[in-house]
Design a protein around this ligand. Structure first.
Ligand SMILES: Nc1ncnc2c1ncn2[C@@H]1O[C@H](COP(=O)(O)OP(=O)(O)OP(=O)(O)O)[C@@H](O)[C@H]1O
Length: 283
């Protein structure tokens, strides 16, 4: 059964039940499906990271959650709080998704979509351009802007839209540290105001201990839990952590903590944040 149009009450979850997305082969067959047997539930206002190796199915899952149409989908998709319209979706390559001709137009369109009054829109656009550092290039056409500037404008427009769900697909890959921080603050603020956020990332250092992670491997969600469990839990069948089992390499400090636990030097909960490491090593 395919159900992509179920605007239920505001608190209803966005739910994928036994969803398959066909690649070039038959549904369910390993290696030929982009997604296989995906069961996933996202609650209103939740934040979830999607992690996985290249080609594992992260973008396919993200696009499906955003409500973008796709060939070869089977299973049940209840859009719940996300509503019937596609959610703002920011990609790694922003060019394909820009509607306006300039950063100002892009952010303006997002606010017009919300049906705000013209004077409010003008104020909010100016504020967003200022906050993101895009004010000096507000009216410069895309072809004269860098990939990072376009990406930042796309993120600013997505955040400005005040949608119930935002989907970011490696959306900060072209940003320098300062712009990444600005983008992150914009999205965090939107999340604090109630929007759910799906964030596809290859940067495992972005994850903080209690945040939810879905790890995708060969088209399947192979892990759903908090980041600390992702890095330090053990998958019984393999003896590996969920991070290692999904084919990803943890960072140096994670490996060190695991080695120290194996030596009996550290016990759970193993440290993840700078503050937790400080407690371990002392100031
Ligand atoms: N339009 C398409 N039609 C058929 N197969 C596709 C299509 N787009 C992607 N695929 C295949 O589906 C699989 C998952 O692709 P997807 O882009 O979801 O992975 P990903 O984890 O986001 O990868 P990356 O990290 O490299 O962006 C890959 O094997 C890919 O080749």
């Amino acid at each position: 059964m395919m159900n992509t149009n179920t605007p239920i009450g505001a608190a209803a979850a966005l739910r994928l039940t036994d969803v398959h997305v066909l690649g070039s082969g038959q549904p369910g067959a390993k290696g030929t499906s982009r997604l296989r047997a995906v069961h996933a539930t996202l609650l209103p206002g939740e934040w979830v990271y999607i992690a996985g190796t290249n080609g594992s199915g992260k973008s396919t899952l993200a696009r499906l959650l955003a409500g973008l149409s796709m060939e070869g989908v089977s299973g049940s998709i209840e859009r719940g709080f996300a509503g019937a319209y596609p959610a703002p979706y920011v990609m790694q390559q922003p060019d394909a998704q820009l509607f306006g001709e300039t950063p100002r137009e892009e952010i303006t369109f997002a606010l017009e979509w919300m049906g705000l009054e013209a004077a409010t829109i003008e104020d909010r656009v100016s504020e967003t351009l200022y906050r993101t550092g895009l004010a000096s290039v507000a009216d410069v056409p895309w072809e004269r802007l860098s990939g990072g500037q376009k990406q930042l404008a796309a993120i600013a427009a997505a955040a400005a839209a005040e949608a119930p769900l935002l989907v970011l697909d490696e959306a900060t890959s072209m940003l320098d540290d300062r712009s990444r921080q600005v983008a992150s603050e914009l999205i965090r603020q939107r999340h604090a105001s109630g929007s759910a956020v799906v964030w596809v990332t290859q940067r495992l250092d972005e994850l903080t201990p209690e945040e939810r992670v879905w790890a995708v491997k060969e088209g399947e969600i192979c892990f759903d839990g908090c980041a600390r469990e992702f890095f330090y839990g053990i998958v019984e069948a393999t003896g590996k952590t969920p991070c290692e089992a999904s084919g990803l390499q943890p960072g140096y400090l994670t490996k060190l903590a695991l080695a120290m636990r194996a030596e009996g030097v550290l016990q759970d909960p193993l440290p993840m944040t700078e503050a937790e490491w400080r407690e371990v090593v002392g100031d």
